[in-house]
Write a protein that binds this ligand. Structure first.
Ligand SMILES: Cc1cc2nc3c(=O)[nH]c(=O)nc-3n(C[C@H](O)[C@H](O)[C@H](O)COP(=O)(O)OP(=O)(O)OC[C@H]3O[C@@H](n4cnc5c(N)ncnc54)[C@H](O)[C@@H]3O)c2cc1C
Length: 470
């Protein structure tokens, strides 16, 4: 296993100390003086340039990009570690392209330091032309993204910081977001920011800000789509509970024929095909089933779906144990879809099929329509390479806020294409760059020079795709 550089970690640890430090002794003495029955006082507010809610595949590149542009950035993550779905849902699979920009830096770092065998894999595709798949341990993701954010000046990461309250002002029929409120050490703290980025993957911040939130399958007429369901349905893509298995008994073989759910990836060689099970086992990443959740926004429904999923996986887990494998279940069930926030432009199937590249293209996608739980014919799922416009990041009726990641403005079917990590990472990088530009130019997210944004992203390598899909 490649050695982890201790200095990188110390630097990373420094990111929490950069801004808004709290002296625990002061907190304690203030608490002692507080009379019983009086409200807990708020902590002094913090001012920053950009606040990013969510440190997942889109939030991390957003933070790095904004910091590299010179903005002071605070990243708020509700989990105790950064990483998002690759970490808490074990979506530790690198599939999809284009691998460009900060995402490319991330997989280069993972490839250099954190492969499961310890050896760097020079054949692993670092650009869009080599589509080799690979996976990493979720803990490697934590280390890699912590290291990457730690290298940047001006990023303060707060973990265990759930956001459910915004600093919001109504102005005519528009809302202006000027930051968020977090719970910190049992106190509320306002984080006042010039620009806020919703990188939650759920669109929660966009909805709280008052932008129209879309949920479920759109009827065909909603965005004139030639495929999909006829009438709208409150159903999103199925959930999958990812897990990792490891052979603890020498020579253990995968109990392939006894399994209900067979999708898996081998430790270092891409997809596992059936004949491979004749070899002794190692470490495997598994796609655990397809489960419907009535409402992925609702914690009660999520808990129910998790219980049903466990029941459905119980037999397979028992077979793995009998065969000499340990099962490591992801801390959270994998939720593919929550809200989509309607913006100035809605990406829909025709855009993907025609391969449109609007002038405000900030990211390239070339992943097919992959709507889990919905029957889409193979030929209908094909798309060309297409551009994602900046307008998809601008929530309708709301200023001071950008949406990044999988919650940007698109139809349910279009989202099933651009939700993969390389693409949400590019969207995040674009959002961070745009936010920092707005700060530097003392304007709002709608006031920036979009041509200059596109040109900055081109220079940063976001459009370095060798071959566009036609
Ligand atoms: C089962 C499954 C399999 C998949 N397979 C693949 C695959 O093979 N390849 C691929 O590229 N993609 C795959 N995806 C898709 C991909 O993982 C996601 O679309 C991607 O992670 C989305 O990134 P994001 O940054 O938008 O959101 P997320 O990854 O969800 O990150 C959002 C972060 O925000 C935090 N957060 C949320 N709300 C709050 C809040 N209110 N306050 C503070 N923090 C908050 C979360 O804890 C999280 O860390 C898969 C997804 C699933 C579920």
């Amino acid at each position: 296993m490649a050695k982890i550089d201790r200095r990188d970690f110390l630097k990373a640890a420094g990111i929490v100390a950069a801004a808004g430090m709290i002296n625990p002794a002061q907190l304690y003495s203030a608490e002692k003086k507080r009379k019983a029955g009086t409200p807990v006082p708020e902590l002094a507010p913090i001012d920053t340039d950009v606040v990013i809610v969510g440190a997942g595949p889109s939030g991390v590149p957003a933070a790095i990009a904004a910091a590299r542009e010179g903005a002071r950035v605070i990243v708020l993550e509700e989990d105790f570690v950064p990483g998002g779905a690759p970490v808490d849902m074990y979506v530790a699979m690198l599939c999809g392209t284009p691998r460009v920009g900060i995402y490319r830096e991330l997989i280069q770092l993972l490839n250099r330091k954190y492969t499961t065998t310890g050896a760097a894999r020079p054949d692993f595709g670092l650009d869009g032309s080599n589509k080799k798949n690979h996976w990493y341990l979720p803990s490697s993701y934590i280390m890699a993204v912590t290291e990457m954010m730690g290298r940047e000046k001006n990023i303060t990461l707060m973990c265990g910081a759930h956001v459910s309250e915004l600093l919001l002002k109504e102005k005519g029929n528009r809302n202006r977001v000027s930051g968020v409120v977090v719970d910190r050490c049992g106190r509320k703290q306002r984080i006042r920011a010039k620009i806020t980025i919703d990188a939650t993957g759920t669109g929660l911040i966009g909805e709280l800000a008052g932008a129209p939130a879309m949920y479920g399958r759109d009827g065909r007429s909603a965005f004139n789509e030639p495929i999909g369901v006829e009438l709208p349905e409150e159903r999103v893509q199925s959930c999958t509970w990812q897990f990792i298995t490891q052979a603890l008994v020498p020579g253990a073989l995968l109990p392939w024929e006894k399994l209900r759910w067979k999708g898996m990836v081998e430790d270092n060689h891409g997809w596992l095909r059936e004949p491979d099970v004749a070899r002794a086992g190692g470490l495997y990443l598994h796609w655990g089933g397809r489960f419907e959740c009535k409402d992925t926004r609702d914690p009660v429904e999520l808990a129910k779906t998790q219980a049903e999923a466990l029941e459905s996986l119980r037999n397979d887990f028992a077979e793995y144990h009998k065969a000499g494998y340990k099962v490591f279940l992801a801390p959270k069930i994998g939720v593919r879809e929550v809200r989509r926030i309607k913006g100035e432009y809605v990406l829909a199937v025709d855009h993907l099929r025609q391969g449109l590249f609007p002038d405000d293209t900030i990211a390239i996608s070339n992943y097919g329509i992959d709507a889990w739980g919905e029957h889409i014919k193979k030929e209908d799922a094909r798309v060309k390479s297409y551009g994602i416009p900046y307008r998809c990041l601008l929530p309708l009726g709301v200023d001071g806020l950008l949406i990044a990641g999988r919650s940007i403005s698109g139809s349910h079917l279009a989202m099933s294409s651009y939700r993969v990590q390389p693409i949400v990472a590019s969207i995040g990088q674009a959002a961070g760059t745009a936010a920092a530009m707005a700060v530097a130019d003392n304007t709002d997210v709608r006031g920036i020079d979009v041509d200059r944004l596109v040109s900055k992203l081109r220079t940063a390598g976001l459009f370095d795709v060798k071959k566009l899909k036609k």
